[in-house]
Ligand binder design. Structure first.
Ligand code: NAP
Length: 251
């Protein structure tokens, strides 16, 4: 038994941003079970982050939580410093933190636009830049950005959100070319609709109407996205890709 446990130790450290709930929380739970060292980043949902940590510690998993608003460079620096102090290395970054909002384009204020860009796009810039210092030194790394179907095809009344996700897609492709020679892979997942609090504003009827449009005839689960993240981490030769994981909603 002891021997099996030893074999499963991978000694790689993963930061998952915005992982107190939804897709990020599911990614943390799946990857902790693969015996990675995990740093779960959260911003407002401290109790949820603590609960995930407590549950994983009961299973002897290597998990730490850290509060940081990833839309701010200084807080991202603290998150990276904390991770290196705890686990000495950063091998994988999952840029998952994000917000969404629906509004007519003509009514979006400068402040709302800035908040959306800072939270969804600049966070990816800050986090990737800060961890790349470590990854480039080691000539090894993997960055996965959680984008969206709307970054590919655009969503009416979600222009700001769609803009940030399209920005992530461009960043992913360009950065993959730049850091590929340092053996660092950069990819994005572009989910369709996933059952999380982000979509809690939709009525059952609206969800059913969306289901009808999806060839696989169901709304995605956070575990669908987490499994794809795990596959991308384990892969060695995929980089610069925007992977549509949407049940066939947009092909
Ligand atoms: P969610 O359930 O609303 O969770 C969002 C997470 O992001 C929370 O853990 C939240 O942490 C964190 N977060 C927000 N702002 C943050 C900040 N400034 N700093 C640090 N963390 C922050 O959303 P979700 O559905 O899991 O979404 C996760 C990602 O998937 C997002 O990038 C989203 O755009 C993308 N996505 C979602 C869907 C969908 O249908 N759900 C589809 C496509 C793409 P706190 O609560 O601790 O603040």
């Amino acid at each position: 038994m002891e021997e099996n446990k030893e074999k499963n130790i991978v000694n790689k450290t993963i930061i998952v941003t915005g992982a107190s709930r939804g897709i990020g929380a599911e990614i943390v739970k799946l990857l902790a079970n693969e015996n990675y060292n995990i740093v779960l980043n959260y911003n407002k949902s401290e109790n949820k982050a603590k609960e995930i940590k407590e549950n994983l510690l009961k299973e002897n998993k290597a998990i730490e939580i850290f509060k940081a608003d990833v839309s701010k460079r200084e807080e991202v620096k603290k998150l990276v410093k904390f991770t290196l102090e705890k686990f000495k290395t950063i091998d994988i970054l999952i840029n998952n933190a994000g917000i969404a909002s629906e509004k007519l384009f003509t009514e979006i204020t400068d402040e709302e636009w800035a908040t959306m860009l800072n939270t969804n796009l600049n966070s990816v810039f800050y986090c990737s830049q800060e961890v790349l210092k470590e990854m480039i030194n080691k000539k090894q790394g993997c960055i996965i950005n959680i984008s969206s179907i709307w970054g590919i095809t655009g969503s009416s009344c979600e222009v700001a959100y769609s803009t940030t996700k399209a920005g992530i897609n461009g960043l992913t492709k360009a950065l993959a070319k730049e850091v590929g020679p340092s053996n660092i892979r950069v990819n994005a997942l572009a989910p369709g609709i996933v059952e999380t609090e982000m979509n809690s504003y939709l009525s059952d009827q609206e969800k059913n109407e969306i289901k009808e449009e999806i060839p696989l005839n169901r709304i995605g689960k956070p575990s669908d996205i987490a499994k794809c993240v795990k596959w991308l981490i384990e892969d060695n030769y995929t980089t610069g890709q925007i992977i549509s994981i949407n049940g066939g909603w947009y092909i």
